[in-house]
Design a protein around this ligand. Structure first.
Ligand code: SF4
Length: 373
């Protein structure tokens, strides 16, 4: 079964480190953006994208700037069109600063059953440094309200390796985060991206590589001790609370992306990646004139699909299933990748029939995985 991703490229205020496609200068366009998404959904369905969708993910940007009525209209169009699995996971990213009273209850009533909250830090000074619009008290209130509204699946985003941050400070932040008792935690080590205010000189000084590694280890040990599984480089979950939508991405299952800046993956043949340019005005005018906004990014051949299967699968604790790989590609993982496996000299091992890295190797994942590409 496939997934559906909807990109909501609007934010109240751009954060200085963020390179996601989102705009804070045209919030008036939110009034009919959901209608554009529905129009694109209808076009994609007519072009052969099929449901029912097993997962739906509203990401951004700030999806919680959509009204419950707009979200409801989108989900109704999905149900009336390609369809939604009865047990579909429906996630919405929430910016704690945007919520009005009653919002979460209305979201739950629309069928949304998972929240991903952009907490980033439970330290008010850090939140000010990140120029976020909320504080830690607001986060506690939002999680409490989400529980009252009936949400049983809540994820929190945590940033680390912030300018001037020490491991001791991060340890305190983690304790405060754990008090929220959420089912899932996603972690993001800050990086300075070109084209963002913090990516320009004078750039803030980030912790050294060794400190970064110490922080990553600290997060791993504290969260796994608290009962979370470290199931992907940047993701932790209580048993059974892994994000099904993102698991689909790492397993290369089909995903339709709607909205300006969204990406799609078509799993026919060896797979094809498509993208919609991050250009809100272009997206609007293409849909208004009946032009499909999706553009082809990459058409995989067999070799490319095998490399991507390794690249995505080895990010996860489940790894790459040796039998499934052989069935899919007609050859074994160790034959295809004999050269990189030799160069890695035993750093990648088969456990329970799956090729896997240990979590400590994820710290140098980019270097290790380059061998496969
Ligand atoms: S709220 Fe999120 S998406 Fe928007 S600018 Fe900040 S980090 Fe980026």
């Amino acid at each position: 079964m496939s997934g559906l991703y909807l990109h909501i490229p609007f934010c109240r205020r751009k954060c200085p480190y963020c390179d996601f496609y989102s705009r804070d200068d045209c919030l008036d366009q939110l009034a009919d953006y959901h209608l554009l998404l529905i129009r694109q959904l209808q076009m994609a369905t007519a072009a052969g994208w099929q449901g029912p969708f097993a997962t739906v993910f509203f990401g951004g940007g700030t999806p919680s700037l959509l009204t419950p009525a707009q979200l409801d209209a989108i989900l109704a169009a999905v149900v009336a069109g390609p369809g939604l699995a009865a047990d579909a996971e429906i996630s919405v990213e929430i910016n704690p600063a945007t919520l009005t009273a009653g919002y979460l209850g209305e979201l739950r009533a629309c069928g949304v059953n998972r929240l991903s909250i952009g907490v980033q830090s439970m330290d008010d000074a850090r939140l000010r440094q990140l120029r976020r619009l909320h504080d830690a008290a607001v986060v506690r209130e939002v999680v409490a309200r989400a529980r009252v509204a009936g949400f049983e699946q809540i994820s929190c985003d945590l940033m680390f390796a912030l300018p001037g941050q020490t491991p001791a400070e991060l340890a305190t932040d983690l304790e405060r985060l754990l008090e929220l008792r959420t089912e899932h935690v996603s972690i993001y080590g800050l990086s300075l991206e070109e084209g963002t205010p913090w990516g320009r000189d004078p750039r803030p000084a980030l912790p050294e590589q060794e400190t970064y590694a110490e922080m990553y280890e600290l997060i791993h040990h504290r969260l796994t001790t608290a009962g979370y599984g470290h199931y992907e480089i940047s993701n932790f979950a209580r048993p059974g609370a892994e994000c099904r939508h993102n698991l689909g991405y790492w397993r290369r299952t089909a995903c339709l992306g709607l909205g300006a800046g969204a990406h799609s993956f078509c799993s026919r043949g060896w797979g094809r990646r498509l993208a919609i340019p991050p250009d809100l005005d272009g997206y609007r005018s293409m849909l208004k004139t009946g032009i499909d906004p999706m553009q082809s990014l990459e058409n995989f051949d067999r070799r490319g699909a095998m490399a991507e299967t390794a690249y995505l699968g080895l990010r996860t604790a489940a790894g790459v299933d040796a039998t499934a790989f052989r069935e899919r590609f007609g050859c074994s993982f160790d034959n295809v990748f004999s050269a990189p496996l030799k160069r890695l000299a035993g750093q990648l091992a088969v456990r329970d029939g799956c090729w896997r890295f240990g979590w400590w190797q994820w710290l140098i994942y980019d270097r290790l995985i380059r061998e496969f590409l």
